[in-house]
Design a protein around this ligand. Structure first.
Ligand code: G1P
Length: 296
């Protein structure tokens, strides 16, 4: 068997308008919303880096300058912290700029997640790559992305991450019909549908924001017509790959049962912030004590 190309590239689609968080996101990217003391996007970039991905590409757009600034050096601020002898904050500030280098491509028009991924075509070239969506935070103790990369290397296809949700929740996600594979801890994806109504959904398995894709997805995306919401859907391109045959086709799923925090809408975001804050050594116990009296 010829050795498969290893996965080294991570793509972070971050061009969305953030309408669910207006007016907070009128002048600020939603990816910069703080989760305790780091912007949400930093958690996702850290996950990619700690999974061994070294080539980082962010898909941005208008009004996303803050993302580039956040992951860049800030000599003035660094000097001020140095002069104050504030080593801890200095280390935090420097850390964000040491995750990179990060490459940037602009999406021009908000034409959907599939279109955002297609903007990565030239940078990614002909090798498998990971896609990480900023709305989903995976606990740092989990190894989901590494497992998905292993499955990609084993199968040579594309790999998605799935979670089981309550049937009523499936209409907020891509939904997969799957078959178990004997002796394997991943499943074969037979078909995918973007945000189906609960009564027609093929399962309660929801697609979450981690993908490891075969580069043949680019050619498919180029020929994928706008789908749900008039947008070019990544789910629709993956459906084509799941149904196809030959080099680069085949879609597999890793069913994730670990800890994940959704920051995609206001209520989930608040829950994510409180959960992660309550685990912080510096103030977690105080927060939990306060929460008990506040609620009780
Ligand atoms: C996107 C995908 C959807 C997936 C979801 C996961 O939707 O289109 O298939 O389930 O991410 O977060 P969005 O949440 O961007 O509308």
């Amino acid at each position: 068997m010829t050795k498969r190309k290893a996965v080294t590239k991570a793509v972070f689609p971050a061009a969305g308008l953030g309408t669910r968080f207006l007016p907070a996101t009128k002048a600020m990217p939603k990816e910069m919303l703080p989760v305790v003391d780091r912007p949400a996007i930093q958690y996702v970039v850290e996950e990619a880096v700690s999974s061994g991905l070294t080539d980082l590409l962010m898909i941005t757009g208008r009004n996303k300058r803050a993302l580039e600034d956040h992951f860049d050096r800030e000599p003035g601020l660094e000097r001020a912290l140095q002069l104050k002898g504030d080593k801890d904050r200095l280390a935090e500030v420097e850390y964000a700029s040491q995750l990179g280098p990060i490459h940037y491509v602009r999406q021009g028009e908000a034409k959907g997640l599939g279109h955002a991924v297609l903007c990565a075509k030239q940078h990614v070239g002909n090798e498998p790559f990971a896609v990480l969506l900023g709305d989903d935070l995976i606990d740092e103790a989990e190894t989901l992305l590494t497992t998905m990369m292993e499955v990609q290397q084993e199968t040579g296809g594309s790999v998605i991450a799935l979670i089981e949700v309550e049937p009523a929740e499936i209409s907020a996600y891509g939904c997969a019909d799957v078959t178990a594979i004997e002796g394997e801890d991943f499943v074969r994806v037979n078909s995918l549908v973007e945000k189906p109504a609960a009564d027609v959904a093929p399962s309660n398995l929801a697609v979450i924001g981690r993908y490891v894709l075969h580069p043949s997805v680019f050619g498919v995306l180029e020929n994928t017509a706008p789908g749900r919401g008039g947008e070019i859907q990544l789910t629709d391109a993956l459906q084509t790959l799941a149904a196809g045959e030959g080099e680069g086709s085949g879609v597999y799923g890793v069913v994730f049962k670990g800890r994940r925090y959704d920051t995609g809408d206001k209520l989930s975001y608040l829950k994510a912030v409180i959960t992660l804050a309550s685990e912080r050594v510096e103030f977690g116990e105080d927060l939990k004590t306060w929460l008990k009296t506040f609620v009780g």
